[in-house]
Ligand binder design. Structure first.
Ligand code: 5AD
Ligand code: SF4
Length: 441
């Protein structure tokens, strides 16, 4: 048997945000070093790990159900080791062992312990690692990335904002940043490996600070690695999006003109109750400054419907803010009470039916706005980085603009990562459709 065949196989399912996708690659990096090989199929796995999300109750329910299904498979394969990672591991701790009899439970700051905990699990003892850290950034770990053209790279971890609805500050702990030099050298390696796009990640990426450099410095340094590398970042808190950062984005061609800027609500009273630290007026002024300095910038947002005590009038202020900003896109959610957060104590007084109606109206409005915004691109030629075959047909390719819009066009002799010019002929609320007019590299 070769060494490769001897290695135990690990299968990871990732749920939730992009941070979790990046964390899964860190976990696989740690496990690869300790003699495990990743596998894409659960059936030949020796170890199954779920990297989980706690942000809303629905996300947690999905995991409980999935664990139930996996446990059934476990009964036919008693030697299979099952673990829970991520925010649910941090929040529910030993409850996960009690409820699902899983073997290991590991929170976001203890991934270095996974090999040791697995060793215990393989010899029959269950293990937990859920201590949060003020310093862990996994700076020295080489993530195990699938081949491709787009890479995730987490540059800071944790969140100190304590929005009253959010569980993240409790499951991911305090903010801490990697050093600029380690991020830049990882980006240099990514470019050497053929990656053409990198997304810098953090729960609150704008508050990146390594003691000497802020997020604008980091973005400028990463943009300088290779002018042909597309650089994205997410997610931004409005309070920390500085004018220096806006200028940095404006001044670098390869920094994508796309900002995800969660607003959550259009009502000052609700923003205050959420502890968002800005008013509607501040937020709109920030949007104004961004648009004035970065022509053609695309904006997206997160919106919560039915925060405790939200009146009909306050909810309509969210609609009017959406009309005012005219976002390119939005992620829209019903408020979900999370035990342990300050908002939890306010109760959950908006009836489910009212939340659903408000959310549906918010979604309908955003679809209308996205559709209209996308019509303004019809007739124009845009630069598209090819992702691969479109979801619907092999005869068509799909890619994204710098403004993060999906573009579908007839297949040609292009490979993922190529940048092509596409003239847009029509647009829906989610997709632009067009023809290649010229390719350039
Ligand atoms: N209920 C609903 N949505 C939430 N989010 C975070 N916490 C909650 C919650 N308790 C949303 C916010 C945030 C996004 C990642 O998830 O809009 O920006
Ligand atoms: Fe949660 Fe607010 Fe931090 Fe975002 S900024 S992770 S919503 S606490």
């Amino acid at each position: 048997m070769s060494i490769e065949e001897n290695r135990l196989k690990v299968y990871v399912e990732t749920y939730g945000c992009q941070m979790n996708l990046a964390d899964t690659e860190i976990v696989l990096g740690i496990m690869n070093k300790s003699g495990y090989s990743p596998t894409q199929t659960i059936d030949d796995a020796d170890v199954v790990l779920l990297n989980t999300c706690s942000v809303r109750d629905h996300a947690e329910e999905k995991i409980h159900q999935r664990l139930g299904v996996i446990k059934k498979q476990m009964s036919e394969k008693p030697e299979l080791v099952v673990g829970v990672l991520g925010c649910m591991a941090e929040r529910l701790r030993s409850n996960l062992i009690e409820r699902h009899n899983v073997d290991i439970v590991v929170g976001p700051d203890e991934y270095r312990k996974i090999p040791q905990l697995l060793e215990g699990a393989l010899s029959g003892s269950q293990g937990i690692g859920v201590r949060l850290s003020r310093t862990e950034t996994y700076d020295d770990i080489t993530p195990f990335r699938a081949e491709g053209v787009s890479a995730w790279l987490s540059v800071m971890r944790g969140c100190d904002k304590f929005c009253t609805f959010c569980i993240v500050p409790f499951t991911r702990g305090r903010e801490r940043s990697r050093t600029l030099s380690s991020v830049v050298s990882e980006v240099e390696q990514l470019v050497a490996q053929g990656f053409r796009e990198v997304t810098l990640l953090g729960q609150n990426v704008n508050s990146y600070n390594d003691g000497g450099s802020d997020f604008a410095d980091l973005l400028a340094a990463v943009a300088g690695v290779d002018p042909n590398l597309r650089v994205r970042f997410t997610t931004s808190h409005p309070q920390d999006l500085s004018d220096k950062l806006i200028d940095t984005i404006a001044n670098h061609r390869n920094l994508c003109k796309f900002i995800h800027l969660p607003v959550q609500s259009g009502s000052d009273r609700i923003l205050e109750a959420m502890n968002r630290t800005y008013t509607r007026e501040h937020y709109l002024a920030l949007v104004g400054r961004i648009r004035a300095r970065i022509p053609g910038v695309a904006l997206s947002t997160d919106i919560i419907a039915g925060f405790p005590t939200e009146t009909e009038e306050e909810y309509r202020e969210t609609l009017s803010l959406m009309e005012e900003v005219r976002y390119d896109g939005a992620y829209m959610f019903k408020y979900s009470p999370r035990e342990g957060t300050p908002a939890f104590r306010l109760g959950d007084d908006i009836p489910e039916g009212v939340k659903t109606r408000r959310l549906n109206e918010i979604i309908t409005l955003q679809q209308k706005i996205s559709h209209e915004v996308n019509q303004s691109v019809v007739g124009k030629t845009v630069e598209v980085m090819v992702d691969g075959a479109s979801r619907k047909s092999d005869l068509q390719l799909s890619g994204r603009t710098g403004t993060n819009k999906t573009v579908v066009f007839p297949a040609g002799p292009f490979k993922p990562g190529d940048v092509v010019s596409v003239k847009i002929g029509r647009a829906s609320s989610a997709t632009l459709f067009g023809e290649i007019v010229e390719d350039f590299d």
